[in-house]
Design a protein around this ligand. Structure first.
Ligand SMILES: NC(=O)c1ccc[n+]([C@@H]2O[C@H](COP(=O)([O-])OP(=O)(O)OC[C@H]3O[C@@H](n4cnc5c(N)ncnc54)[C@H](O)[C@@H]3O)[C@@H](O)[C@H]2O)c1
Length: 331
């Protein structure tokens, strides 16, 4: 039985695939290795996966291309799918809307069609905390209404949840959507604040703090996230007609994967400064369009159903990231 991991060369996908391979599972990875950020980092993550030495097959392809997807996977026995490939990033969606339409809408549909054709046991897919929009209510809970996205990225993630609901209803494909809240850690993404701040501080460049630094985020360490994806993959929602987190009565549940412990941006910056051993020059800027001042997760449903309890505080996770960054860059 093989597990298909989409976005396997991406940040979260590589960690999930690494854990699966390390525990002896067979993994097929797919990724388009797009240039949203440096594709060399994606190739290096793939080398990290191949180094595990397990049963890992990789296909370099665009899953928005249904024919390429089907022909690459023809004859493969796929029992479960972890769909983590997507066009990520809130700000990029302002200038590149079509990238989101292709990867997140056409791409998600193609993965649903694959799940239907193969009658998979479980499709776990990535949604995002950004579906909560600019809501004053915190923490954000999976049963809250999420009808007011403030970026096209968020709109496509909400659309993914809706498409998944339809497929769970029509074809009874067990699915779980995960709304991730700012994931960080080794092999992270260069477009995210922790990476950008670390890179700037280590090279003596100033850092930019949006909303004048008054931002709060649930920072979730990658090891906590990757383990939760694997735990959740093992337990598909049952088709019992009962209401699931997120409100579905089909075999489709939605969970928050966050920390329920929002941290001030200033705390994060000072931990990076300590780990780098130098102080940052700070430029204070206004809020960016499409961004929100605070997001943190109500994780009660995830804790109740999976015993989910993130164990890595930022005081541990940030030094671990900075150490990895220095090793990776040879600094
Ligand atoms: N990292 C976070 O904090 C965070 C927060 C919320 C949601 N998410 C979601 O989690 C998922 C994983 O995020 P990540 O941080 O690993 O992002 P990432 O950008 O590192 O990984 C996504 C991968 O998908 C690949 N990809 C994009 N379009 C593709 C296509 N059409 N065909 C094949 N591959 C394609 C990219 O090349 C990339 O390697 C995404 O769905 C993202 O939207 C992440």
């Amino acid at each position: 039985m093989k597990i298909l991991v989409t976005g396997a060369a991406g940040f979260i996908g590589a960690h999930v695939a690494h854990r699966l391979l390390s525990s002896g599972r067979s993994v097929i990875g797919i990724d388009a290795l797009n240039d949203y950020y440096d594709p060399q980092l994606k190739r290096d993550r793939l080398a990290w996966l191949h180094a595990v030495g397990g049963d890992f097959t990789f296909h370099h392809l665009d899953f928005a291309d249904d024919e390429a997807l089907e022909s690459a996977l023809d004859g493969q026995d796929i029992r479960a799918i972890v769909h983590l490939g997507a066009q990520a990033g809130v700000r990029y969606s302002i200038d590149h809307p079509r990238a989101y339409m292709r990867a997140n809408l056409a791409g998600h549909l193609n993965i649903l069609e694959l799940a239907r054709a193969r009658q998979v046991e479980h499709l776990v897919y990535a949604s995002s905390s950004s579906v909560y929009g600019a809501r004053p209510k915190q923490p954000s809970a999976v049963d809250d209404r999420v009808d007011h996205p403030i970026s096209l990225y968020a709109a496509t993630k909400k659309a993914d949840e809706l498409m998944s609901e339809t497929y769970a209803h029509l074809y009874r494909i067990p699915q779980t959507g995960l709304r991730f809240f700012t994931v960080y850690g080794p092999w992270g993404r260069p477009d995210m604040a922790i990476w950008k701040f670390t890179a700037a501080i280590l090279s003596g460049r100033p850092i930019e703090l949006y909303n004048h630094g008054d931002m709060r985020r649930d920072f979730t360490y990658i090891d906590d996230v990757a383990q939760s994806v694997i735990d959740i993959l093992a337990r598909p929602p049952s088709d019992d007609g009962r209401g699931k987190p997120g409100g579905s009565i089909a075999p489709h549940a939605i969970y928050n994967i966050g920390n329920n412990r929002p941290e001030q941006l200033a705390t994060m910056v000072s931990l990076i400064e300590q780990a780098c051993g130098c102080t940052a020059e700070k430029i204070l800027l206004p809020m960016q369009p499409g961004d929100v001042p605070a997001t943190f997760a109500d994780i009660d449903a995830t804790a109740r159903d999976f015993g989910y309890a993130p164990t890595t505080p930022i005081a541990e996770g940030i030094p671990a990231f900075v150490q990895w960054y220095r090793d990776y860059k040879g600094l």
